[in-house]
Write a protein that binds this ligand. Structure first.
Ligand SMILES: NC(=O)C1=CN([C@@H]2O[C@H](COP(=O)(O)OP(=O)(O)OC[C@H]3O[C@@H](n4cnc5c(N)ncnc54)[C@H](O)[C@@H]3O)[C@@H](O)[C@H]2O)C=CC1
Ligand SMILES: O=C(CO)COP(=O)(O)O
Length: 584
């Protein structure tokens, strides 16, 4: 059964429909709507599509009411059913940012992931549409897993599920997960409304048989919700099995600009996904080239992690770029324009560049997605950015990580997913390039502030307040520039802010810690062998804040400390003396 309402995931619907059509498998559970909304099909006793609330979202260029079914007459038949779903999907798809794919690759030789692996990564559009309620029994059925796997077999059970879902839909206007995960919450609140809290209703005290019954019902819902998610993942992977459009399948060479820690990590992610992929790092130091090619070690930036044999290095840009189908750009932001200009003639207009660099160019206030085409002298050059909470060393150690690939071209964002995603690396996609880039750039400046608080020993309350304030400042500026709130709340925003502000592996945070302990910036930078992008970006942020007339007390304080115009102590005193204001 599908319960469609505002923002139901369009791709899921489309894939579901394609799955039914292609596999010739019909959903098994038979349920009937009470006819409340008219948009009900009792189809061969197998499927209900309730599109009662399927008013299309206004996001992504969709109009209210798009994809709504004729409410007058229930219609019958398999063809109608599929058409309805396809129609809905097509209408909704206009706002789709490109899809989730389960193209996770099993560590070796590009072998596709088997059952039981991670859930598919999502598109940003998909994430935004978490308001949807899609009960995925139909997906299970479509994927060949019957509802019996949920421990519920009868049609009667399916019907009762429908009723429960209905109540959830009408109770909860904001479901947050696919599969109706908020159903339990809605039911719980409904139960409370009906019977009230035990104290006033005279119900048995906590720990009694009623509570134990409730606990067991809760646990059943949790299990069902979890299994629904797992089936959703399997369903998705099945649909994409043998997908010949997979970017990884059709790619034989990728070059990586920059042989630092993150360039190396990206080269390794790609090389691990496909043993026959030629991954060529373009670096400046011949000794590093020799070490990578002979010993499979990046002795300078990643000395404890052997590189796969299909990672090689060169100092020759022509050798690196020739025949490459994608380029990963991992050169520090302030050096990027000069670097790209120096190799611009070698870069074909069709070579997509995926930037992982996080920062703003000080002289132009540009993000990387703006800088790259300008430096190449080619407006419209294909660009994507990859960002999110990701220390290179943890990727090398195969620690589970989530990133977001942003591009105006959804196919390119999807290609990033397909090339890099693995069992330990999930990659969402989005079209909100600006949001991802602004979040990635500004979090580095905030991380310096967090480090300062740490270095000064100001305590946890202060740290939390500072980071919360910093998040708000990032949001104020980025949204004013056009970023989407969902992006700022996602992996590249909140996710990376948490990682960089709270974890001592961060170089930006480390700069802050040392500033907070009284060291001079010049000494700190002189002792570092890697880039801390927030140091340069801080000035650019403040210039942008002025341009967009946004007040950013914390980030401005960081910029002033870095310019040696304010001591950390004075900055804290000034910030604490600012007027107490209403929270915005
Ligand atoms: N290390 C990490 O965990 C992450 C880093 N990033 C971002 O990736 C970018 C690169 O970071 P890392 O690799 O960690 O930095 P890094 O400092 O380890 O390495 C920088 C690399 O760029 C090269 N480089 C510097 N100036 C150059 C120039 N003028 N021309 C050509 N190459 C030049 C260096 O030789 C080095 O190979 C930064 O913007 C960083 O914010 C993003 C995510 C995570
Ligand atoms: O961007 C990063 C993690 O997501 C790396 O942060 P640092 O550059 O501060 O080390």
């Amino acid at each position: 059964m599908f319960k469609l309402r505002h923002g139901t995931c369009p791709r899921l619907l489309r894939h579901w429909a394609e799955g039914v059509r292609d596999a010739g498998k019909a959903p098994r559970s038979s349920v009937q709507d009470g006819g409340r909304h008219g948009g009900t099909s009792n189809l061969s006793g197998t499927l209900l599509i309730d599109i009662s609330e399927q008013t299309a979202t206004t996001q992504g260029g969709m109009s209210e009411g798009a994809g709504q079914q004729d409410q007058s007459e229930p219609q019958r038949g398999e063809a109608f059913r599929i058409e309805t779903v396809l129609h809905s999907g097509d209408q909704l798809r206009r706002g789709d940012a490109g899809a989730a794919d389960s193209s996770a690759v099993d560590g070796e030789v590009g072998s596709r992931e088997q059952e039981g692996g991670p859930l598919p990564a999502a598109s940003e559009h998909h994430q935004e549409q978490r308001g949807s309620v899609v009960t995925l029994e139909s997906v299970s059925a479509c994927a060949g897993d019957g509802p019996e796997s949920y421990g519920e077999t009868s049609e009667g059970t399916a019907s009762s599920k429908l009723e429960r879902t209905d109540s959830a839909v009408h109770k909860s206007s904001e479901c947050s997960e696919p599969g109706g995960l908020d159903q339990r919450q809605a039911e719980t609140s409904q139960g409370q409304e009906m019977s009230g809290p035990s104290e006033s209703s005279g119900e048995p005290p906590a720990g009694g048989p009623e509570e134990s019954k409730e606990r067991s019902r809760d646990s059943k819902h949790v299990t069902a919700a979890w299994e629904t998610l797992v089936r959703w993942g399997r369903f998705w992977r099945n649909l994409h099995k043998g997908d010949v459009t997979d970017a990884l399948t059709r790619t034989s060479k990728i070059c990586v600009f920059g042989g630092g820690s993150f360039g190396t990590a990206m080269a390794v992610m790609l090389a691990r996904n496909k043993a026959s992929l030629d991954v060529v790092m373009l670096v400046r130091d011949p000794q590093l080239v020799a070490s990578i090619n002979s010993n499979h070690l990046n002795t300078r930036y990643m000395p404890n992690h052997p590189l796969p044999p299909n990672v090689r290095a060169t100092t020759d840009p022509a050798e690196a770029i020739e025949g490459a189908q994608y380029a990963i750009h991992a050169v520090p932001v302030q050096q990027s324009a000069a670097f790209l200009k120096s190799i611009a003639l070698l870069i074909p207009a069709s070579l997509p560049i995926v930037s992982v660099s996080k920062g703003l160019e000080v002289s132009t206030l540009e993000t990387m997605a703006e800088l790259i085409p300008r430096a190449l002298g080619r407006k419209g050059h294909p660009v994507a950015v990859l960002s999110g909470p990701s220390f290179s060393v943890e990727l090398m150690d195969k620690k589970p990580t989530g990133l977001v690939a942003a591009s105006r071209d959804p196919e390119l964002a999807r290609a990033c997913q397909q090339l890099l995603a693995s069992k330990y690396l999930r990659i969402n996609t989005t079209r909100d390039v600006l949001g991802v880039e602004m979040a990635g750039a500004l979090k580095n400046v905030l991380a310096i502030a967090a480090g300062i608080v740490e270095g000064m020993g100001l305590g946890n309350n202060c740290m939390a307040a500072l980071v919360a304030q910093g998040c708000a400042e990032i949001r104020w500026l980025a949204e004013k520039m056009g970023a989407k709130p969902a992006t700022l709340a996602g992996l590249s925003g909140t996710g990376d802010i948490m990682l960089t502000c709270f974890v001592s592996l961060s170089r930006n945070r480390s700069v802050g810690v040392r500033l907070g302990s009284g060291e001079k910036l010049d000494d700190i930078l002189a002792s570092m062998s890697q880039v801390a992008e927030g140091v340069a970006t801080a000035g650019a942020v403040i210039a942008l804040a002025r341009k967009y007339r946004v007040s950013m007390p914390v980030l401005t304080a960081v910029a002033r400390i870095l310019e040696n115009e304010l001591t950390p102590k004075k900055a804290v005193l000034e910030l604490m003396s600012l007027p107490q204001v209403e929270e915005v």
